[in-house]
Design a protein around this ligand. Sequence first.
Ligand SMILES: [Zn+2]
Ligand SMILES: [Zn+2]
Length: 389
Amino acid sequence: MNEAQAKLTFWGVRGSTPTVDPATWRYGGNTPCLDFVAPDGTQFIFDCGTGLRMLGSRLQEQAGSFAPETHLLVTHYHWDHIQGLPFFSPFYVDRNTFHFYSFQSKFLGRDSLKQVFEAQMALPYFPVDLSAMSAKRTFREVGGGESFQIGTTKITSRWLNHPQGAMGYRLETPAGIIVYATDNEPGDPALDRSLRELAEGADVFINDAQFTPEQLAGSRRGWGHSTWQEGVKVAKEVGAKRLVLFHHDPDSTDRIVDGLLRQARGEFESVFAATEGMVITLGGAESANIHIPGSRSSLRREAQFRATVSGTREDGRSFEEETVVRDVSLQGALIPLSNCPRLQSELLVDIETPGADGERQKMQLRGYVVRVDPDREKGSAAVGVVFTD
Ligand SMILES: [Zn+2]
Ligand SMILES: [Zn+2]
């Protein structure tokens, strides 16, 4: 058994621009930012979108345990991947050190990322002077096909097909392989090959899924993004174990993302839609564990209803069982079940409610599994569900 553990957390999953539309709250509105803690404790950050601000607050809270040396892998210089930089509070702490990695842009020349940094903090775009950022910063330029080692992690970078260029990253650790490939459009044979080499045998393959196949075939061609269908195709070809649909379109409501995920699951066993707060743990007793924290589910009220719940189990088989729901609101419920449903799968909840004249009435709610806490001793699970209509 492999005891080494790595932890990947999603802080921003939205592409192009942040969204605050309530119809997008479940998957989240912050632009790309992930943090990855390797089994040897080395801290990595992928991209610096608006999700970086929340990560900064979290790291400041844990200042004691936070490794003050962090490696930031930046894919490219479009706003959605850098706009969190000035709002990352650990940059304003002397004792912290940050190592940045990105490519030399032909539009910016030498020290591209350093220039981006300085430009973002320049007057009149930002009120605080760059000198206030007292953390130590180093900048390294990486090219496509380059590999280097940090602690026990091997990092490989490869070019992706995107206007003005973007870099994909592969991190090989003793707990497993993470591949972060966002902002890439299929259709360039050399770069399509490059993406496959990057994603080969990944335990977690995070891929751009901004558009529908119809959009990509139509007006959105050339915008530099991909689809769930392309992600599934690549994942199958390279033997990736899990696919994460990422960089959701700002116009994609939660219902639309649910639909994309449902279609992807029809064609590939293990697909998830990136969700703000989602944590993937690799290695250890279970080869991988995916968790969406409770803060993303809704406010609940105490109540007690008999219900019949039907859905899909982790092994793909369907189930139906009777249970008592004690924790329910208009937005969602926490349901005890003996079957362990698959995360992000659909559940039908038939709730019995007492009618006005004392007769029992049935109400059917369509829900979406956002949390599964298995209790192995009792052989049951507490299942968090968000109602989608
Ligand atoms: Zn982007
Ligand atoms: Zn981009």
